[in-house]
Write a protein of this length. Structure first.
Length: 305
């Protein structure tokens, strides 16, 4: 087994076929096919179904491991460069969309100024999707909703965030200055699917009070859920950062008494060393959050940030 074989498999998967992989690797298709075939013979399995072009079950396992190998090799090169006081390479970060909105512009700008030779790659996804990307090695770190129960992921708190209720015009709560949790008992709401951290925390709080959390619709993505509320589809409980201060419309936010906020933190793989570019990205992220969080409505920096 050699790196060319692993790179060939990854290229076929990432570019959608052997011909596209050859173009991406600046070689001919026969070379890509040869590398993949040799790896298959060595492992004694078929990695890519030639008829459909899809990964087999064994192929998916190989690709997941190959991505980790590639990430470690990239980190090795970056770490060697950092010994010469040159931080260079790629730092890959994933963020939940509501946080990305106010963090990413400043994060990218600060990284470009302080570490111009670091290429920053940003992924916008839900917490559950970010966990999968983190475990597979597709990203170095992720800003996600806490708590994260996966033992393979280590987390640190970044900030706490208020939860608020968005109500469109015509909703029974539109004219109220605030509501209670009891008012929301059985009230149809836009919610995330079951199993998402934000939804699970709401379910636990409602169950503790003996209230029923009723889903008018389940939407996988807080920003999309907030947008649907803005457009009048229904009321939604969202984190404060899901409501841009500049956005107008026929809706309003209503505080909810006794509604606990959510915690947002930084997750990294528990086993493995961050590369020099990733460490630089992590340090700048911490500083950006510490400096900007106090100026974001409804966001409160974690005490140990």
């Amino acid at each position: 087994m050699d790196l060319r074989q692993l790179n060939a498999v990854l290229a076929v998967v990432d570019h959608g076929g052997f011909s596209a992989a050859a173009r991406a690797l600046h070689t001919v298709q026969s070379n890509v096919s040869t590398h993949v075939a040799r790896l298959e013979r060595e492992l004694g399995v078929t990695l890519i179904d030639r008829a459909s072009g899809q990964l087999t079950e064994e192929g998916a396992v190989v690709v997941e491991r190959a991505r980790r190998v590639q990430a470690e090799l990239d980190a090795l090169v970056a770490d060697v460069a950092s010994v010469r006081d040159v931080v260079a390479g790629t730092g890959r970060i994933g963020l939940i969309g509501t946080t990305a909105r106010w963090v990413v512009p400043v994060l990218v700008e600060t990284m470009a100024r302080r570490h111009p030779r670091v290429r920053v790659v940003v992924h916008d996804a839900t917490t559950s999707a970010l966990q999968l990307q983190l475990e597979s090695g597709a990203i170095d770190m992720a800003v996600m909703t806490l708590p994260v129960t996966d033992p393979a992921i280590a987390t640190e708190p970044l900030f706490d965030e208020d939860r608020i209720l968005i109500v469109p015009s015509g909703h029974p709560f539109f004219e109220l200055s605030h509501v209670s949790l009891a008012d929301l008992d059985g009230q149809p709401l836009l919610l995330e699917p079951r199993g998402r951290p934000f939804r699970s925390q709401l379910e636990a709080l409602f169950a503790e009070r003996g209230y029923r959390l009723d889903a008018k619709a389940e939407v996988d993505g807080v920003r999309l859920m907030a947008s649907m509320a803005f457009e009048g589809f229904g009321a939604a409980i969202v984190p404060a950062s899901a409501v841009p201060v500049w956005l107008g419309g026929d809706w309003r936010t209503v505080p909810v008494d006794d509604l606990h906020g959510r915690s947002v933190g930084l997750g990294t793989r528990r086993h493995g060393l961050l590369s020099a570019p990733a460490r630089a990205l992590r340090d700048v992220l911490r500083q950006v959050v510490a400096e900007r969080a106090p100026h974001q409505p409804g966001i409160h920096p974690a005490r140990d940030t």
